[in-house]
Design a protein. Sequence first.
Length: 98
Amino acid sequence: MKDLIAADPKWRPVLDPGFVPASLWNRSFRTAVAASGGGERLALALERPDGSVSVYDTAVFPHAGAFIPINERYVERLVKFLLPESGAFCLVERRSRG
């Protein structure tokens, strides 16, 4: 499954040669999902303290079997970025087909 997401940075840090920036890994993930036929839609709703809500739409692999850990890694990285970036405090995940 690791070969599915090929993220090879131009420069590798000397102290951590296995490091891959999240932005590069996420881009590779989205490319692999698109190449596999588009995957399944995933919408993440983020609520801010003033009550406003924004929705981030993306796609993941079908959430079964060997794809589960790779989807979880992508979503974890994405949520860790989106919550502080949007000023949100609450995340509501909503899956839909189509």
